[in-house]
Ligand binder design. Structure first.
Ligand code: SF4
Length: 187
């Protein structure tokens, strides 16, 4: 970990490994339990449910760990700093997959309906919507439990991971639209 003061909150050139574990652990858990929740939501058609859950997991995983490093990370600050490690570790993946792109392209992650930020948010929301629909048509305690855990992971992401763990200490926060939306730039 190499923290550096920027006036207010420290920004990290290398996030501590605990931050990477929390960020990636909660992301993978969200995708896995989300897929399971989608499967449970289709109790009348179990094969279709597990098929949809599998498709959801595959698409979400690829979006996070392949599409982001290919499309967003190449213009991120963390690609430019030698030895840097972002909160998700995606800068290292990106360095193996794609060439650096101009820093000015970075805010493009939030431009357009199908921009990376919207697709990322959709990957978190889709299972929640599916489970709400599933509970309306065929309620079960197992489904309710999975729903509460996934909803809890989403709330944790919005109220702890983004504003306190990730974006607050990010070196890209002055260029990143998500940090602007979280209101962490001045902190
Ligand atoms: S400010 Fe937040 S969303 Fe933006 S690059 Fe940094 S950690 Fe990622």
């Amino acid at each position: 970990m190499s923290p550096r003061k920027t006036g207010k909150a420290e920004t990290f050139t290398r996030y501590p490994s605990s931050a990477l574990i929390i960020y990636n652990g909660s992301t993978i858990l969200h995708f896995l339990l989300g897929a399971f929740g989608i499967a449970l939501s289709c109790a009348y058609w179990p094969r279709m449910g597990y098929g949809l859950g599998l498709i959801y997991f595959a698409l979400s995983f690829v979006e996070m760990y392949v599409v982001m490093p290919l499309t967003v990370c190449p213009s991120c600050t963390y690609r430019r700093i030698k030895g840097a490690l972002c909160v998700a570790g995606l800068n290292l993946l990106s360095a193996r997959m794609a060439k650096e792109r101009p820093k000015k392209d970075f805010p493009g992650r939030a431009e357009g309906i199908f921009c990376a930020n919207n697709v990322y948010m959709a990957s978190l929301m889709v299972p929640i919507a599916a489970m709400v629909a599933g509970m309306l048509f065929n309620f079960s305690l197992a489904l309710l439990l999975v729903f509460l855990i996934v909803a809890g992971l989403l709330i944790f992401r919005f109220f702890v991971i983004f504003p306190k763990l990730a974006c607050l200490h990010c070196k890209a926060k002055f260029a990143c639209p998500q940090a602007g939306a979280m209101g962490v730039r001045g902190k």
